[in-house]
Design a protein around this ligand. Structure first.
Ligand code: HEC
Ligand code: HEC
Ligand code: HEC
Ligand code: HEC
Ligand code: HEC
Length: 365
């Protein structure tokens, strides 16, 4: 009882301190939520919101969102839409108007005011949680994770591979960060009459908030500011510590998982050993890559597509290789779907040696 009273007095004092601090700063400054990052503590005490802002800031500082190494590089005009995902200014303008007017005179990294609009909303709700339509029109709808899909999606629809004018090149493909599509189990290149059915792993329906349920971690499974929370990192590269305790959270999940690379159910890559899921995935992806190089679709040194017109099905196999490599979860996001994409691509390539089928112009799959 007594402890409670003391706590509520402390809370009251903290609240008064916040209000007093705000009153001095209210003038003009908070009317615009699209601003460069002004540390929240300039106006709110460090202990405000139960210390949650302090913690969020500590984690965010260790995120790739904060490091913003590509902010200037991607601040381009000329019809490029890079900024809609790569900077605060572009993201917000795109959200409000559906277009960007880059380059911007000042650009800032993805920070608190990119994902939150506290002074417009009056709380820490996300700027958007609206379902997000991927480029192939499939709707990604996973609660708070919808925010992530706004930026983490493929920039090309696999359906466009049927286009007669299409040809592969070093710059062709889905771009970095197609995680939204793969998590949703869509927008890989899907062959008709596949050998392996295109199904999704339970991850797709298991998590109310999609991406966030794993990448934000559970406060009990991550310590420090390097993994989980607003770092959104799954692994602390310096120490190797990870959030795999989250994989084991229920007996019908992966109860014995000690890492993300826990033992697979089968020898997916056919090398005679049942290894970890990620090892099996990488083994399969490597088989696909070897075939694509042998057929001259990928350059052996850079692993990028060569510049040529190829059969539709072959272009699809190249696209699948690129989207799975760019996903970077090594099969975790949607193991079933990702394995099906690789296996069916391999079946296609083996049945259609290079040069044996018509170019993209005439669908041959
Ligand atoms: C320039 C001063 C200033 C800065 C910087 C600032 N705030 Fe505020 N904030 C205010 C003021 C003043 C209010 C109350 C008036 C209002 O809602 O506009 C407020 C209100 C809020 C509220 C609404 C809840 C409440 O207690 O009133 C939240 C949530 C909030 N701020 C979060 C943040 C976060 C998170 C940051 C950093 C990203 C931040 N603020 C940065 C001045 C500031
Ligand atoms: C639809 C959103 C989106 C658009 C538009 C976009 N990007 Fe990206 N980009 C991302 C995401 C998400 C990542 C991070 C993916 C990851 O780490 O897995 C990324 C990563 C990158 C990287 C880092 C790659 C690396 O290996 O570290 C570069 C460079 C880049 N983008 C350049 C560009 C350029 C240039 C443009 C415009 C021509 C552009 N991006 C447009 C979402 C986008
Ligand atoms: C890339 C997007 C992103 C950025 C950048 C971001 N946040 Fe968040 N924030 C989130 C998400 C997602 C949640 C969880 C919302 C949910 O589950 O409904 C959240 C939740 C919060 C919460 C509630 C407590 C918690 O951790 O769940 C606070 C406080 C917060 N953010 C503050 C900040 C501050 C301060 C910054 C800047 C230092 C910041 N955020 C930057 C996405 C972001
Ligand atoms: C405004 C667009 C945007 C939003 C919203 C966004 N991201 Fe990102 N994210 C990016 C970009 C761009 C990069 C790569 C930045 C770079 O390399 O310069 C990135 C990088 C990352 C990385 C680091 C990848 C690495 O290289 O290690 C992770 C993890 C990540 N985002 C997860 C999330 C999650 C989870 C959410 C939802 C809470 C989210 N992102 C929301 C644009 C966004
Ligand atoms: C089931 C848990 C889970 C969900 C849900 C999930 N991820 Fe991941 N994600 C992972 C794991 C595990 C890795 C790989 C970590 C490793 O082995 O390096 C990863 C890797 C990534 C990476 C590469 C950078 C990194 O940290 O390794 C990005 C970016 C990413 N995820 C973004 C997303 C986005 C965006 C979503 C939602 C569309 C999402 N993830 C959903 C677990 C998840």
């Amino acid at each position: 009882m007594r402890v409670l009273r003391v706590l509520s007095i402390i809370a009251l004092i903290a609240m008064l301190a916040v209000i007093a601090g705000c009153e001095r700063k209210v003038v003009n400054q908070v009317s615009n939520d699209n601003q460069q990052l002004t540390g929240c503590f300039a106006c709110h005490g460090e202990e405000s919101f139960g210390g949650a802002i302090l913690e969020a800031q500590g984690e965010w500082q260790n995120s790739v969102h904060a490091s913003g190494t590509n902010i200037d590089y991607t601040n381009r005009g000329g019809g490029n839409d890079c900024t809609r995902c790569h900077s605060q200014q572009g993201f917000i303008e795109f959200l409000n108007t559906g277009a960007v007017s880059a380059p911007y005179s000042t650009v800032s990294a993805i920070h608190c005011f990119t994902c939150h609009a506290p002074h417009t909303n009056g709380n820490l709700n996300l700027r958007t949680e609206a379902p997000f339509a991927l480029l192939n029109a499939t709707v990604f709808d996973h609660g708070a994770g919808n925010l992530c899909a706004n930026c983490h999606h493929s920039r090309m629809s696999a359906a466009s591979i049927a286009s007669p004018t299409d040809s592969i090149s070093t710059r062709w493909g889905p771009h970095h960060g197609p995680q939204g599509d793969l998590f949703e189990g869509t927008n890989g290149y899907q062959y008709s009459s596949p050998t392996v059915a295109y199904e999704s792993s339970p991850h797709r329906t298991l998590f109310a908030d999609g991406c966030i349920d794993c990448h934000k971690g559970n406060p009990l499974t991550h310590d420090g500011y390097k993994i989980g929370g607003h770092s959104f990192n799954m692994v602390d590269e310096a120490t190797g510590s990870d959030l795999s305790a989250g994989c084991a959270r229920a007996s019908d999940c992966h109860p014995s998982a000690k890492s993300y690379n826990f033992k697979a159910k089968a020898d997916y890559d056919g090398d005679g050993t049942i290894s970890g899921v990620q090892t099996e995935f990488l083994g399969l992806l490597d088989t696909l890559k070897t075939l694509l190089i042998a057929d001259g679709y990928l350059d052996s040194a850079s692993s990028l597509p060569t510049n040529k017109r190829v059969a539709t099905g072959a272009a699809g196999a190249v696209y699948n290789f690129l989207i799975l490599e760019d996903d970077r979860s090594e099969g975790v996001h949607n193991f079933k779907y990702e394995v099906a994409l690789i296996k069916n691509s391999i079946v296609y390539l083996k049945a259609h040696p290079a040069g044996s089928s018509a170019l993209v112009a005439g669908r041959q799959d």
